[in-house]
Design a protein. Sequence first.
Length: 203
Amino acid sequence: MAGFRSLARQVRDPRGDLALRRYSLRKCLERFAPYGHRATWNHLCSRHGIEPEDRAPDPARLVAALNELEQARAVWLAYEERFAERRKREKHDGLRRPGSIDDWHRRTWGGNGIARCDDPEVHPTDPLDVVLRRLIKALGSRPSAVCPVCADRRIVWRQDLEHDPGFGPVCAGCGVVVPQPVLTNEALRSAKRTCGRALASVA
């Protein structure tokens, strides 16, 4: 199975068939997809003017999309390296039980769904590396009452998410499933109350 860098070389190969180069970019998303596969593809297409179903897109647009993906991957790999070093130190010091951020990180290992967007049509419009830097900064800061990606205060609790764990706070502004550890307890309680009111209105 080809790795991310091997697939990236295929995307950039000027002698390659355009359909294969597009396919290779899609395969890159099986190795690294910050919003989840479909939402990340939708994001790259909309930012770089690629028709999602076009089998022979402009190669310059494909490479531009790949560049954005690679920049975000570099940000995430650096974070994972720091994370691994921290956990190693903590284990050495006798702290074996992971914290809530570690539990979130376990589900995103490898870079799939770091800033998951449950609805592939609703995702942040900023470059992927900018979004990841904001999220990583929030993970290392005190909890907040706003979305770490877009600073929107409209956080709603969803019980019908498609991916593990199937529930959690979602930003109504940018669509990101917000890691619970970056939100204050009051923000989480408020999101759950909003969910309760929404369920009651449906009934």
